[in-house]
Design a protein around this ligand. Sequence first.
Ligand SMILES: [Zn+2]
Length: 1006
Amino acid sequence: MRSASALVYLSTLLLLALAFLCRAPLVAAAPNIPDHRITASFDLEKQQLKGSVEIILPQDVNAIRVGKDLRLRSILLNGKPFVPSVASGSVALPPHADRTILSIDYEGVFQEGRSPDSADRIGREGAYLTGEWYPAAESPLARFSLKVYVPEGFHAVSEADAIATGESGQRRLVTFDFPHPVPGIHLVVAPYVVTRDRFHSIDLATYFLPEDQGFAEQYLAYSRKYLQMYEEMLGPYPYRRFAVVENILPTGYGMPTFTLIGRQVLKLPFIPEISLGHEILHSWFGNSVYVDYGGGNWSEGLTSYLADQHYAVLRSEGAQYRRNILEDYESYVHRDNEIRVRDFVSGEDRALRAVGYGKTAMIFHMLKGRIGADAFHAGLQKLVRERRFKTTSWADLQRIFSEASGQDLRDFFRFWLERKGAIEITAGQLRVSESGKAYRLELPLRVEGAPFPVAIPVSVVTSTGSEMRTMKMTTSEQTLTLSVDAPPRKVVIDPDYDLFRTLAPSERRPLWSRLLGDPSRTLVLPERNGDKYSSLTEELRRRGFRAMPLSEVTRARLQEGAFLFLDSAPDWLSVFSQRQPDAPGFSLEIKENPFDSRHVIGLVEAADREEVQAVGSRLFHYGQQSRLEFSRGRNLLKEVGSAEVGMQIDVPAQTTGIPGKASIPLSAIVNAVADKTIIYVGERHDRYGDHIAQLDMIRGLRERHRNLAIGMEMFQSRYQNALDDYLAGTMDEETFLRKAHYFTSWGFNYFLYRDILIYARNEKIPVIGLNIPRELVSNVARHGLARLSEAEKALLPKQMEGADEAYRERLQRAFAMHQVEVPGGDLPRQLDSFIEAQVLWDESMAAAIAAYLGHHPGARMVVLAGNGHLEFGSGIPKRAYRLTGESYVTVLPYSGGLLEEGIADYILFPPSAQAPEAPKLLVAIEPGAEGPVVRRFFPGSGAEEAGMKEGDIIIGVDDHKVSDLDDLQAFLAFRRVGEKVMVAVTRGGERLEFPVELKTGFRMPP
Ligand SMILES: [Zn+2]
């Protein structure tokens, strides 16, 4: 269990009255203290106590308090009978001298259920007396001595520095000695097994029922640990004994010299780990330095801070714990239930606790931040030293910490005690400027709801790490300035939650507590299956949920607040995870309300009524979670939704510029990029100027490196043999074009690239085909990866990494504009498939580059590919880098669009040029089973003039056999304009031949 959750779980248990009421006394200044000498005995069968008390009264105490379960049998005032008049539990006394002795015989019956709100009970199993079980002088503090007769086999525990036990016939006489003034005493009698131990001079003991004896060692070990911790922190433990006592009633208390723990929670691991420490710390704060409740209870906040929060700090989870405090405050405290810290006395209500425990703990944390850890600890020790057994107010704390620190803390305390709410921080536009080697950051901040000066912790995240700074704000609006050595990435305000502040929207997690505490919380009842949830529905209504049927929930309604859906959410709301229709168990999921992020929405689903009942009120223990699953009431899963930690402010993108006439000759670019392993040179495929520039780059690099290769998008890797044979001089150019299927797989005018291939052949530079079958890419573009056959899937690269966000956006734009380069001519149907195809394409080419470099250590490669595969490095370069780790550079011809920073390392401005072109038949052709089929003629076509007709199937030219477009185009590539060629066709099964004059390509009229 995550410990932060454990704490929350505890606070929920507290709400259920299962655990500790931190019971500090209501005390005011008391110059004269009455003395009580009580003797008590029990008849457990009759659930009865018989007692006598002798009270030595100061002159100014003039009433006795008598609990409603007590019956007075006789009263003597200085030995004389006295007939009392009792009014609402109070007995008025006549004027009397100092040290007047009042003797009372009384009895009380404490039955379970007789007084439902009574904290007292006597029964066969023992006596548990934590309420009004003896008549007491009406005085804030008093002294007590107690003698108790208990049955054989029973032990008694009460406030004591020493306990003496003697046998008296069938009974045992237990005498408690406690010299300190206290507001009252408590008594527990049960057939305990007592286990004893010591810590220095302190007597330790556990009083556990026999069946729980196994936990004794653990509790004693933790007691020693916490006594040591707090003696080191605060000074000596104020008493001589400490006992952990099991309580049969489902409540727990911490009181001087012992703590009572309900048997239901005794076994839970976090009780000894955390709650016990909290209760031991109350021995200092609350149970010896008493609280003056008139001005507010400081002790719960201080104890939570030095116990629960401190333990989280020791586990390195301090920031997380404090964040939970802020989250709880935002979840439960609202304008209509918010109180000032000064007004907190006690309470188990979550909103009250968020103030009295949470916010108050944060005040001590901020106090420590303000005066420093040394002064803070000196102040704590001074507080313990000076205020032991005295009622102590916030004003005393203010004075003590002021003296310890030498600072005037009046404004600080006044502000936090008197003012509701939290610090609100808003940040303006972060500005970064560079000067020399330093980066200067300026961040305008507005801080409201803080006592100035206030220290704002700020973390600056840079390219090399992060640095913590503390910025002092002296007014509500101020610009923070700081400088760092490395380029800054972001600024995080209060990353460790050192301030009691409002969370930024990006820090808010979708927690169950936000729904439970939202004043607008609404329960949405299902159309069907409502019965299944009836126990939960009832509980939720009790917790203030309004109810509404599902049919009334509209988008407009959802904007109004927090909603919890039972069984199903509206179809149009797609934020919840899909649950299987007959999934077992019980689940709860909380999400941001998509219509208003200030609220959350939740969905509960359960298999059946038993699952709902089994979870019961346990569901409400998990406020700090976002997703829960239970089976038969047992928690199987708990998750917290994520959000940013601290208020994060990104460094905005910087404006940059380049000189308008800064261009440098290509040779200078070659020089600059020559040390890279992979040099990507982009192109617009149909621009001859771009290809001339590519060749110039290759020439320049070739002069520097012998071990150079050229990777080309224009050739498919499956036809590598044809490339190799042509470059080796063992295959003629026309055959090469046919075997490489250049025209069907690429198609652009061959003369755009021919110079490069001839240069490579002359210089013996390997040319590597990088591309994959265009059918594969176009299949994926049309249907997505999922629909590929097993054989096609086998061709996919082993690793594929999705498109980054910016690439996705560019692809999306291209998709929307239909200006999409997808081989095969089909327009892609789905954006996702289109992006998958692009990624497949890029990854395959990157893998081909990596494969070549892997087999040729020391080699470098010039990669020729379309600009779209190279811009911003998103397509091929970053993928190849992921696979090879080799350095690279991108050089792209300017393509006329927006020139964005980072699009390439170098931009080229190649002059336009006209490429040579192969002569043409001027026919539109489509592939056919027997050969290319004539579909229509372009104006001035020599083929049409020679008598060819639409539908003719071309089967030969001159003495070359033609079976596909590659055969025909490869033949034509090396003819001349004006030349006549004999074209053989079949028409209706008949072979015909036509002498056709070759012409230049048709161009659209301008
Ligand atoms: Zn407490």
